[in-house]
Design a binder for this molecule. Structure first.
Ligand code: RUQ
Ligand code: CUA
Ligand code: CA
Length: 642
């Protein structure tokens, strides 16, 4: 068994090293570029090595899923600048599917078929508007405080887009571009309506903006960044239209929502409104910005908003100066440690926990107190922070086990730390005997996101924790300068954490959720009637209108419905293909040489492509997806005549 490399430090070692409460600015400048190297240098100080599954108190939770057996959980993760989302099985770590969203995927034909291009967005000439994307976070839709298996949402940081994935087919069905936003990073679904009792499910998605930009970004204020700003956007989960935006001071990174639907919060590492690295680290403390959803929507209803540039989306003022009176405020800025990163809602619905990144602390914010402040019943906003335990260096994200414990990733320490929220609150009140930190485990190396099974729901079950590690160094066979990342699965069901599995991940999954398998109800095959352009026996064949030729094709193993298709040079050819096979897993492909076409049709599915027949000759249209003993014979001749 591979040994777990012991690269850092126990509590005493940290103390002996004289850990600072808050790292100084000059030290931090060193950290940001070389911070990685600080952590990695640590990796070399290998102390003892212990077998991965040594933790005695953890009940057996294996990774083995026997052939023919199914995993207990789905793991939905983002894919970073691959522009996709991914599905794995937990605990096996088996890759189940990739979901192309902002990228082109020739296997399924995403970005190639007319239907997918319409979702991705095209320029007037029909070509794709964007072919790149950077997915960071995947979150599910909720009902009654837990996943309802309806939708997943993910962001594109590059072009500020929000995508929705339907969970019955695991395909993206809508993409919305946020107006006047750049650096759309944090995203979270709401868990219910703040007012209407009956709406106990997700109707909104909240989106945070990380990069300050001129408003609007039309060439004005280029030299005057003091006028630049950041917008918090609310998107309607059903229509995917942007409902409203709220302008704030500072910026936004991660986003969390409360279980009662009343509050959303976003970490704000650039309260300085700075434009460069040094400037973003001048303040000793930054903030978590809270949004009072009901009041923002009331202001929109009452017409108390502006608009920016050509966008019609209502923009409410959430900046500090406009929100000094708690009883009327739509936002408040709760002070935390320096440059906070993650913010996560505890499954009991009581707290947001932030990871303070450049401070060695997490901050625990009691949501009832935030509401009390908004009601004008709290003297000092500072009182909403009810704990600030020291947990280790470079805290980034926190997950929960539903038993009152939190698990925070420590980027610089290359560890995951388990700590108790109630004990942290007791310690903050002065209880010297409080035992806050309960366990630490080394991960390999530099963890970013960590998340637990059902951990962001009321059904948080405290079984598995996935550590998404940003560096793998020498843990796998070398494959050139680009290394894979490491996902490590940790059993958190006992007192001590135990690493039970690890697998590689193609860069760069950021965040994920681990969803119980019974929540997910997928279709086995498509329904032909859901496709208005389905090709059936009665409309199959070639239809010509001027130089527009429509080829309506059917597939049924092992043949396409037309062995010969004749068109003329200069024709605009549309091929619509419906797969008439009804057997589960019987997928056909369709490739057209020279014309750069490749896509698949699943059972009872219809897709189409359009291209200009600009070269004469014979072209074999063939099936790319192994479907039958005569799969190789499954082809048709496309003859393009002069
Ligand atoms: S962020 S490693 Cu894009 Cu989710 Cu924290
Ligand atoms: Cu049809 Cu292979
Ligand atoms: Ca800062």
């Amino acid at each position: 068994m591979t040994e777990v490399k012991k690269n850092r430090l126990d509590e005493d070692l940290l103390k002996a090293n004289g850990r600072r409460n808050f790292l100084g600015k000059s030290a931090l400048l060193g950290l940001t570029g070389a911070g990685v190297s600080l952590g990695l240098a640590g990796c070399k100080d290998e102390i003892a090595a212990k077998p991965a599954a040594a933790a005695a108190s953890a009940p057996a939770l294996g990774r083995e899923v026997a052939p023919g057996q199914l995993d207990d959980y789905y793991h939905f993760s983002s894919g970073g600048h691959s522009g996709e989302a991914r599905i794995l099985g937990v605990p096996s770590g088996r890759t189940l599917r990739r979901i192309p969203i902002f990228n082109i995927d020739p296997m399924v034909g995403w970005g190639i078929t007319n239907e997918s291009k319409a979702i991705m967005g095209t320029k007037p000439d029909g070509s794709l508007k964007y072919t790149t994307g950077d997915t960071h976070h995947v979150h599910g839709s909720y009902k009654d405080g837990t996943y309802d298996g309806r939708w997943l949402f993910t962001n594109d940081k590059i072009h500020s887009r929000l995508a929705r994935i339907r969970m019955d087919t695991m395909e993206c069905d809508k993409i919305t571009e946020l107006p006047n936003v750049m650096g759309f990073h944090g995203i979270f679904t709401d868990k219910r309506d703040p007012v209407d009792e009956k709406i106990n499910y997700t109707t909104r998605v909240f989106c945070g903006q990380e990069f300050h930009t001129p408003l609007p970004n039309d060439g004005r204020d280029l030299e005057d960044p003091s006028k630049w700003g950041c917008l918090f956007s609310c998107v309607d989960a059903e229509t995917m239209e942007v409902r409203w935006q709220c302008r704030i001071d500072g910026n936004m990174e991660l986003v969390a929502t409360s279980y009662d639907g009343k509050l959303a919060g976003s970490t704000n590492y650039n309260t300085e409104n700075a434009m460069d690295l040094a400037g973003m680290m001048t303040a000793e403390r930054d903030a978590c910005t809270f949004f009072h959803i009901e009041r923002i929507e009331k202001m929109v209803k009452d017409g108390k908003f502006t608009t920016i540039g050509s966008s019609k989306v209502p923009v409410v003022d959430g900046r500090k100066a406009a929100n000094a009176d708690p009883k009327a405020a739509v936002t408040c800025y709760v002070q935390l440690g320096k440059n906070p990163h993650g913010v996560n809602a505890s499954p009991d619905g009581k707290y947001f926990v932030t990871a303070d990144k450049l401070s060695p602390t997490a901050s625990v914010i009691e949501l009832a107190l935030v509401l009390k402040w908004f009601a004008g019943e709290l003297k000092d906003l500072k009182e909403v922070v009810v704990a600030q335990p020291e947990i280790g260096l470079g805290p980034l994200h926190t997950a929960f086990d539903g038993k009152g414990n939190a698990y925070t990733s420590l980027f610089l320490d290359s560890q995951v730390v388990k700590w108790n929220i109630a004990q942290a609150i007791a310690q903050f009140k002065g209880d010297k005997a409080a035992k806050v930190v309960l366990d630490r485990i080394d991960v390999n190396f530099q963890p970013g996101h960590g998340y637990s099974s059902m951990g962001e729901t009321k059904e948080s079950d405290g079984k598995y924790f996935n550590s998404g590690n940003k560096f793998s160094k020498d843990r796998f066979l070398p494959v050139g300068p680009l290394h894979p990342e490491t996902e490590q699965l940790i059993n958190i069901s006992g007192e001590k954490m135990a690493t039970i599995a690890e697998h590689t991940a193609y860069p760069e999954p950021h965040d994920g959720i681990i969803v119980r398998r019974d929540v997910v109800k997928t279709r086995q095959i498509y329904n032909m009637d859901d496709f208005p352009n389905a090709v059936k026996a009665e409309n199959a064949g070639i239809e010509r209108k001027g130089n527009k030729v429509h080829v309506r094709l059917m597939s049924q193993a092992p043949a396409f419905s037309m062995p010969i298709i004749k068109v003329k040079k200069g024709d605009e050819v549309t091929i619509t293909l419906t797969n008439h096979d009804k057997v589960e897993d019987l997928t056909h492909g369709c490739a057209v040489p020279t014309y750069n076409i490749c896509f698949i049709v699943n059972p009872q599915e219809t897709k189409s492509v359009t291209f200009k027949a600009d070269r004469v000759g014979a072209y074999w249209i063939y099936c790319t997806h192994f479907c039958h003993a005569l799969h190789l014979e499954m082809r048709s001749r496309l003859l393009i005549e002069a």
